[in-house]
Design a protein around this ligand. Structure first.
Ligand code: PNS
Length: 171
């Protein structure tokens, strides 16, 4: 009987916070690989709306039905994280051609650094305009983002923005 190594890929990102677009990519990737590691970048020099722990909690909640998905965090170079985790493939969503320039450079740099491969997955057109920063901006001014983020993320956003802007946005 032949045995093979389980196939694994990483879905890295800032996820501040996770959107339905992220979830779509993670879900589709989880059907292509035996194991998906969702890796949240820890960037101490950049203050996000949510801490990396909160981002991981939200991601764990919204991926809990995907048995082969694990959520963790990483600091430093993605290629070093992937080497430690024995992962050879990164999956990244491409929303539009405007994403391509930046993504191609990262993919080429990562490949040059360690041979890490990048698989680009076209985003579902339903989410092609959705980004975490747009979600935060709309939510901050009281706009409805419930169609673009999971319910639990929408609730956390509302709470966080109400705490941060008690007199206005998010209230
Ligand atoms: O969700 P984002 O912010 O588009 O994700 C970008 C991310 C986290 C994948 C990228 O910034 C990254 O891999 N950062 C880790 C540091 C690193 O490896 N930089 C060199 C990339 S070529």
């Amino acid at each position: 009987m032949s045995t093979r190594e389980p196939s694994r890929a990483v879905c890295p990102g800032s996820f501040d916070p996770a959107t339905n677009g992220h979830l779509d990519i993670i879900g589709r990737a989880s059907r292509l690989y035996d194991e998906i590691i969702v890796a949240v970048l820890v960037n101490e020099s950049k203050h996000g709306l949510f801490s990396h722990i909160e981002r991981m909690e939200m991601l764990a909640e919204v991926t809990k039905d995907l048995a082969n998905v694990r959520v963790t965090s990483f600091e430093g170079l993605l290629v070093d994280f992937c080497r430690t985790e024995h992962v050879k493939v990164v999956v990244r969503g491409l929303r539009a051609v405007t994403d391509f320039d930046y993504e191609l450079k990262m993919a080429q740099m990562n490949h040059g650094l360690s041979g890490l491969e990048t698989l680009f997955m076209p985003t579902n057109p339903l989410y092609s305009f959705v980004s975490s920063s747009l979600i935060k901006d709309v939510a901050k001014w009281g706009g409805d983002v419930s169609a673009h983020v999971p319910e639990s993320v929408a609730a956390r956003l509302k709470q966080r923005l109400a705490d941060r802007y008690p007199r206005g946005a998010g209230a």
